[in-house]
Design a protein around this ligand. Sequence first.
Ligand code: SF4
Length: 254
Amino acid sequence: MESLQTSDPRTVKGRIHSLDTFGTVDGPGIRFVLFMQGCALQCMYCHNPDSWDPSAGKPMTVEQVLEEVEPYLTYYQGSGGGITVTGGEPSLQPHFVAKLFHEVHKRWKLHTALDSSGFNEPESIADLLNEADLILLDLKQINREKHIKLTGQPNDRILKFAQWLSDHGKKMWIRHVLVPEINDAYEDLLGLGQFIGTLKGVEKVEILPYHRMGVYKWEQMGKIYPLEGIRTPTDKEVERAQRIIELGRTGNIG
Ligand code: SF4
């Protein structure tokens, strides 16, 4: 593996799903959001199933991505924003994303955020994690068996990933997509809060209400949508989940 310092941004390539030059929900301020191709999970609620195949997407060099960022720099800098790399799962292309973050820091001192499912060995992507100013970590279900049902994989590696971030002083925003009947049971939300309560560096816990905006992609791909009949949670249900997670996290009713 080439080093971050010596590798050439004109030759380091990644496979890109899509990009958004004006993101406002994936980290602080206005952000350039890059969606990477490829994911190791298959979440039932995924709104980007077309990002799963690691051989699909469009190859781009780090330099080509930087050319897309550059015209909007004043928005990102003026709003306290930056660049967020998400997916798919961005840590599956660690050298590309680490090099991108490295160049963004070097050229513009811009804030970098990695939005990850945490399904990777942290030791093997330490360069990438060290270049990220903030990790947006998706914790989907604390119950191991239910996690397998929801994502196709157990959550052991993800919880270990979170522990590594905590032990290495990384700043985290924890994100939890709330899906009625799937991950809104009292004991699961309480357990999730209790686990978050053991972590250092957690600046924020965000509940993201499940939505059905990606259903058409499943249909276009000829896949059966596994959450047919499941609705978006109400504001009250989101507030309830927030209260229970907070209770688990702090021992206090918020
Ligand atoms: S981790 Fe994200 S991209 Fe991957 S399947 Fe789950 S929701 Fe989709």
